[in-house]
Write a protein of this length. Structure first.
Length: 259
């Protein structure tokens, strides 16, 4: 993962100027790529790369990225996707499972100002974490928090407390995006109510799981201030329906309403 951690300072600055010239909107996306294993049970990183190109976002939060060592495309997936999209890569905390190493990550066209990794692990459960990244957008700063929360309700509740505490440390005037696979399938859960109270209620929470016939909204995107959000939608192309077990979510944001 060494080259991925070096990428932000170089690739971010290289493409940041082009991103800053993009009209008056930026786009952010969240995608659980399921280690690039599609519904056909084939591991195809190139297919996920094409879905990300279809989305055409300035920032991506990715979950379940396979980080196994190796020189082939289905191993170091973050480095592969970073190269294919020409974007800076920020890896999250490394997680080791019986199937290999994987975790969260961010890809971005915007220059990176700082990176913090939050450990959200809960006792006796699989390790979890969040990426807390500050990005440069024109003359301003944008905070992006990307995560993948646990499967247990008690676990998610504890993780949300940590995340919302981290959000509260910064002044409310700092534009903030929180996104990722929240694994919360109860629309009226306390965790979501707390998030709406702190971050505001999103325009939409489109269903994106399972990809073949989505009925559950596990992936969420919050933007503060909420009036900066132009749209939130699920990406439903034929390729996206087979590339992973989740569909990606995309939000478009008015840049001049962030400050």
């Amino acid at each position: 993962m060494a080259s991925a951690t070096r990428a932000p300072s170089e690739a971010g600055r290289r493409v940041g100027q082009g991103a800053a010239r993009r009209a008056h909107r930026i786009a952010v996306g969240s995608y659980n790529i399921h280690s690039c294993i599609g519904l056909d049970r084939k591991r195809r990183p190139e297919r996920v790369a094409e879905v990300l190109k279809e989305l055409d976002c300035d920032v991506y939060a990715l979950q379940e990225v396979n980080n196994d060592p190796g020189e082939h495309g289905d191993s170091q997936q973050l480095e592969y996707l970073s190269t294919e999209l020409g974007m800076a890569a920020v890896p999250g905390l490394r997680i080791v499972r019986h199937s290999g190493e994987y975790g969260n990550a961010i890809l971005t066209r915007l220059p990176i100002l700082s990176v913090h990794r939050l450990d959200l692990s809960y006792p006796w459960f699989e390790p979890r974490g969040a990426l807390d990244v500050r990005l440069e957008i024109g003359a301003d700063e944008l905070r992006v928090i990307a995560t993948h929360l646990g499967l247990s309700r008690a676990e998610r509740r504890a993780q949300w407390r940590q995340l919302l505490t981290a959000v509260a440390i910064a002044p409310p005037s700092l534009p903030t995006i929180v996104l990722g696979d929240m694994n919360e399938w109860f629309p009226w859960s306390m965790t979501l109510r707390d998030a709406h109270r702190i971050l505001g209620r999103p325009l939409a929470a489109p269903a994106e799981f399972p990809a073949c016939a989505p009925i559950i909204a596990l992936t969420r995107i919050w933007v503060r201030p909420v009036n900066a959000v132009a749209s939130i939608a699920v990406h439903r192309t034929p390729l996206a329906r087979v590339a992973s077990d989740h569909l990606p979510i995309k939000a478009e944001i008015f840049v001049d309403l962030l400050g």
